[in-house]
Write a protein that binds this ligand. Structure first.
Ligand code: F2R
Ligand code: MG
Ligand code: MG
Ligand code: MG
Length: 351
């Protein structure tokens, strides 16, 4: 069972990396047809074909910071994490970061990290970012804190997101993505019950989204945004193969906002647990990545988030090595997964 869990930690970290690296060439491009993606993956799988290295983007750059901070600090330390984000950004600014999050990095640096959560709170005239940048990097939190009670997991995911994403849609998206990875990690591989999986997330998000005293709804926002989208996700799952890509875009979204991408990633994982017409994939994990990319829009991030959920569920053994080897930073992702596993297993309770 222990070996199985290590495999799932590796699966989640490598799954996040693969979705990012393999999805990045399609981000914000016209949607790729399933046949085009079949050829893309087939070509990459070919052992004797030399193909260009697939570089990772901001999604992985920030996930690595989250992992390294949790490992070094043996738990969540806001200032250490913020410093790592800023250092990483200024070392390699051309990883495709969101256009506004870079202002947070600048403000954190100029203010010498005096108020770690301040710059994100001031963004967008004080409403904060609802981009998916908090959610895209949350996998290490889900893994490190997987044995902790729901409340602890929720509060760390939220605080980690708040360093850059002050809007409740931004940080609650990170919370939902974190809970989805943890739920997948804890579900036996032969016992995936789609209805129960969604219901469990809905129950947790209902509590998370109940307005706190310090929260206000902005014009146009609704209290139970994510809970509502999980209901739509459940309806889409009931319709099976009748659901078109346009319907997914319409109901769940495929863009860089957290509320229009996190539910889409969860849907990709659940939908791809069964075969999908015209998708040729070696494993259900690869079907998840393929399907997530086929939805178009924010392909690197949706595939990365779907990949981290699927990887936590299927484990590293279901991720073909022929495809892993193309991804920049593979060895580091595996090493971080192992360190997170060791800390999560040997620290009681997690700090
Ligand atoms: N930046 C990108 N992709 C852009 C396209 C790249 C393409 N390859 C190209 O070369 O053209 N991808 C990366 O950004 C996403 C994560 O972004 P993050 O970290 O959340 O950034 P930010 O800046 O906080 O938010 C993103 C945008 O969302 C809109 N937005 C957010 N909150 C808003 C608010 N309160 N009001 C109005 N707009 C808001 C803004 O446009 C932000 O810039 C990932 O996809 C990652 O891969
Ligand atoms: Mg990216
Ligand atoms: Mg922000
Ligand atoms: Mg993206």
């Amino acid at each position: 069972a222990v070996e199985l869990l290590v495999g799932r930690f590796r699966g989640s970290m490598v799954g996040a990396l693969m979705g990012d690296c393999l999805g990045a060439p399609f981000e914000a491009e016209p949607r790729a047809a399933r046949s085009v993606l079949n050829s893309y993956f087939k070509r990459l799988s070919c052992p004797d074909i030399k193909v260009p290295y697939k570089a990772y983007t901001d999604d992985t750059a920030m996930t690595r910071c989250v992992a390294l901070s949790l490992i070094q600090e043996k738990g969540y330390n806001a200032e250490d994490m913020a410093k790592r984000f800023v250092k990483e950004f200024y070392a390699e600014p051309r990883r495709g970061y969101g256009s506004n999050v870079v202002d947070v990095f600048a403000a954190l640096r100029i203010s010498k990290f005096e108020d770690v959560y301040g710059p994100a709170a001031w963004q967008f005239g004080g409403s904060g970012s609802y981009g998916n940048g908090g959610a895209m990097r949350v996998a290490p939190v889900a893994l490190f804190y997987h044995p902790a009670p729901d409340q602890k997991v929720v509060s760390v995911a939220k605080d980690m997101a708040l360093i850059t994403h002050g809007n409740r849609l931004g940080y609650n998206g990170a919370v939902l993505q974190c809970l989805a990875i943890r739920e997948a990690l804890h579900t036996p591989t032969n016992q995936l019950d789609v209805v129960k999986f969604i219901q469990s997330l809905k129950e947790m998000m209902k509590k998370v989204e109940t307005l706190g005293e310090d929260e206000i709804l902005e014009k146009g926002q609704i209290e139970f945004e994510y809970t509502g989208r999980l209901s739509r996700l459940a309806s889409l799952m009931e319709r099976g193969d009748q659901v078109s890509i346009d319907a997914v875009e319409e109901e769940l979204g495929n863009d860089i906002s957290a509320h229009r991408s996190v539910p889409t990633a969860i849907y990709s994982f659940l939908r791809a647990s069964n075969s999908i017409p015209n998708i040729e994939a070696e494993t259900a994990f690869m079907r998840t990545i393929h399907y997530a990319i086929s939805l178009g829009g924010d392909t690197d991030t949706i595939a990365s988030m779907a990949g981290s959920i699927a990887g936590a569920f299927y484990g590293i053994a279901e991720i073909p090595e022929s495809l892993q080897r193309h991804c920049e930073g593979l060895a580091e992702a595996i090493q971080q997964a192992d360190q997170l596993h060791s800390l999560a297993t040997n620290t009681h309770p997690p700090p």
